[in-house]
Design a protein around this ligand. Structure first.
Ligand code: AMP
Ligand code: GLY
Length: 427
């Protein structure tokens, strides 16, 4: 198989690393990729938003399979674009159709979908300019805290948990009247605050059958002890200690199955990952959000634990035969610690020379590159999240200790990371 992977983050390095191990993968291209993906495949300077350029590349290189990492191209319809191309017959595209990607692309769509299929989620109302005054009244009497969500994609910044009615009203006004997130906040979902512990589950589906991948918990806040502003993700662990027995069964029965059955009943074309952002409220799972792709940095712990051949799973998906290949998982714990640029998630500088990363090698250690580029033969920082250092261990403690020890040898000016990933699960 000739495979083209789209994206350039730590998630894509982990996916590329995993697919490159498959005997089914004869050639792997990554567009645009990063130096990490360039070490396991061939990076291609393609703009992933230019679907025509992607299609042309697929024709020229006789690509058999396109795997889409990030959400933007999916929400913008890359699946449909490539599948409708008569000159690309038989091309396998891993990712949902634009209709399926609405699970992530529109919070209002996702909430209505969950309501239609009886999937547990926070109670909510949806507002826009036409029922703005009703929204103001609704917010004034809503219990606190209250959650406001811009409907569309807002690069992870579109959710505000308001602690006071005043804050809620200001946010509501900014989102709807001042178009704070452009067209993404034309519509706003106002929902009940759920108090519990979050985690994520991942399915690979063909829209009617599915398999579950290892689950994960990510750490979104910049500061230790889950303090400070939200980031794209500062670290992750897998497995999640409380995802077992009863709770796991409830996730399957009350969330995963009804979601896949809902996609099937509504004839929504979906050939890809479903990311279930869950919250455990007193032993009951609720869906906080869906994503139509794998998570970052969750992928950096999920892929190291996945023992089955990922390319084979994609082939099973495309043949409507998911379940044929068992999903085998490493029983050990994987943790990843994300190295970020000083100042992130606020302003930060790029171009800092990174030392000590290339020399790391150990079978239980993986350094997944993210915001990194090569300049004059050296690795330099090129983003907020720079790399995800994943280590395997017999316990959360062990795995975190392994990651932190490796990080000791890596340095760049302003480097920041959390030392407390997995802290709730340490004895
Ligand atoms: P999202 O962009 O939907 O993932 O939301 C970002 C974060 O906001 C989530 O990871 C949760 O920590 C939090 N959040 C979203 N919705 C709720 C809710 N209804 N109750 C509590 N926390 C929430
Ligand atoms: N780590 C959260 C996400 O990928 O959306």
């Amino acid at each position: 198989m000739i495979i083209l992977l789209l994206g350039s983050g730590g998630r894509e390095h982990a996916l590329a690393w995993k697919m490159a191990q498959s005997a089914l993968c004869s050639e792997l291209f990554i567009a645009p990729g990063n130096p990490g993906t360039g070490a396991v495949g061939q990076n291609i300077a393609l703009n992933t938003g230019d679907f025509q350029a992607v299609a042309t590349f697929c024709r020229e290189k006789k690509v058999d399979m396109v795997v889409v990492g990030p959400e933007d191209p999916l929400v913008n319809g890359i699946y449909d674009f490539l599948k409708q191309d008569a000159e690309l017959p038989g091309l396998i595209v891993v990712g949902p159709s634009a209709a399926g990607a609405q699970l992530e692309g529109s919070k209002a769509f996702a909430k209505a979908f969950m309501a239609r299929h009886g999937i547990p989620t926070a109670s909510y109302r949806e507002f826009n300019r036409s029922n703005y005054n009703e929204g103001v009244q609704y917010l004034q009497q809503h219990k606190l805290p209250v959650v406001l969500k811009a409907d569309g994609l807002a690069a992870g910044k579109g959710v505000v948990i308001a602690q006071t009615h005043e804050e809620a009203l200001v946010t509501f006004e900014e989102m709807i009247q001042q178009s704070k997130f452009g067209s993404a906040s034309e519509k706003v979902v106002v929902e009940e605050f759920l108090d519990g512990i979050e985690m994520s589950a991942f399915a690979l589906t063909d829209g009617s059958s599915y398999v579950m991948l290892p689950e994960a918990k990510d750490y979104k806040r910049i500061g230790e002890g889950d303090t400070g502003p939200n980031t794209g993700g500062m670290g992750a662990i897998s497995p999640v200690p409380f995802y077992n027995g009863d709770f796991r069964q409830k996730v399957i029965d009350k969330v995963v199955k009804p979601t896949i059955e809902g996609l099937s009943a509504e004839k929504i074309v979906y050939n890809g990952f479903v990311f279930f952002g869950l919250i455990n409220v007193a032993g009951e799972p609720y869906v906080i959000e869906y994503n139509c792709r794998m998570g970052d940095p969750e992928t950096e712990v999920v892929m190291p634990r996945l023992q089955s051949d990922l390319v084979q799973l994609f082939l099973d998906m495309s043949a409507g035969e998911l379940g044929q290949t068992p999903v085998l998982m490493d029983e050990r714990t994987a943790t990843t610690v994300v190295l970020v640029s000083g100042g992130y998630p606020g302003d930060f500088e790029r171009g800092k020379t990174i030392s000590g990363m290339a020399n790391l090698s150990d079978t239980d250690l993986m350094v997944f590159q993210a915001g990194i580029k090569e300049a004059n033969g050296q690795l330099v920082t090129n983003g907020g999240r720079v790399a995800a250092v994943t280590s395997m261990g017999d316990s959360v403690q062990d795995a975190v200790a392994g990651a932190l020890k490796s990080i000791d040898s890596i340095s760049f000016e302003g480097m920041n990371f959390r030392k407390d990933i997995g802290y709730e699960f340490m004895n």
